[in-house]
Design a protein around this ligand. Structure first.
Ligand code: GLN
Length: 205
């Protein structure tokens, strides 16, 4: 079955996600309007700047359609800023930022520190076979609370040499058809996270 996965294309690393989806065997399409959204089987919310993407969701009249699509089970994968947008509550953000409540979780923006504090580590991700994956964190959020029904897919290992407070924090989650990672698999060439999402969209994960 060919699946068509949208990439929210208002701001952020849209091209990297499209390349990863293509390499993972999925067709992709840019989503900028409600009509674009209605034509896809799933959606990727890219990394970028969550407050900007949130503002542009309003400008492009996509906020309500996207929130409603998520509420009715449209498969979604958010990386970094995309994770922030999928949250139900965001800490350390602008007061006017609106998130989409696709996953019942509280995330803290820029939790690992500023740009210079970006870091990498190897992570075991539940449902992703083949050993740990290299995870790249860039001004990333972490997850401070998950609701019932949210599955934790990955936490930073206690042995990792990341910024203070990083060890043990939740950095990948899933609730129903929505998946989010603090890190950016679209920049490493490791396709397994995108393959996982493509399987989810196909109804096989
Ligand atoms: N710090 C950014 C934000 O708050 C996220 C960074 C990223 O997506 N790499 O949206």
């Amino acid at each position: 079955m060919t699946v068509r996965i949208g990439v929210l294309a208002l701001q952020g690393d849209v091209r990297e996600h499209r390349q990863a989806l293509a390499a993972a065997g999925a067709e992709s399409a840019l989503v900028r309007t409600a009509a674009d959204l209605a034509a896809v089987d799933g959606i990727v919310l890219p990394g970028g700047e969550s407050t900007t993407i949130s503002r542009l969701l309003g400008v492009f009249e996509l906020y309500e359609p996207l929130r409603d699509a998520l509420a009715t089970g449209l498969p979604a994968y958010g990386s970094c800023a995309g994770m922030i947008l999928l949250a139900s509550e965001v800490l350390d953000t602008r007061p006017d930022m609106r998130c989409l409540a696709g996953i019942d979780m509280t995330v803290r923006r820029n939790a690992f520190g500023r740009q210079v504090d970006s870091f990498e580590t190897d992570l075991v991700v539940a449902g992703v076979d083949g050993g740990p994956m290299r995870a790249v964190f860039i001004r990333a959020p972490w997850v401070e609370r998950v609701g019932e029904g949210v599955q934790v897919l990955a936490t930073v290992p206690t042995s990792a040499s990341g910024p203070d407070g990083a060890a043990g924090t939740v950095v990948a989650v899933r609730q129903g058809n929505a998946v989010a990672t603090s890190f950016h698999p679209e920049v490493t060439g490791d396709l397994r996270m995108h393959e996982y999402f493509v399987r989810l969209v196909r109804g096989r994960e």
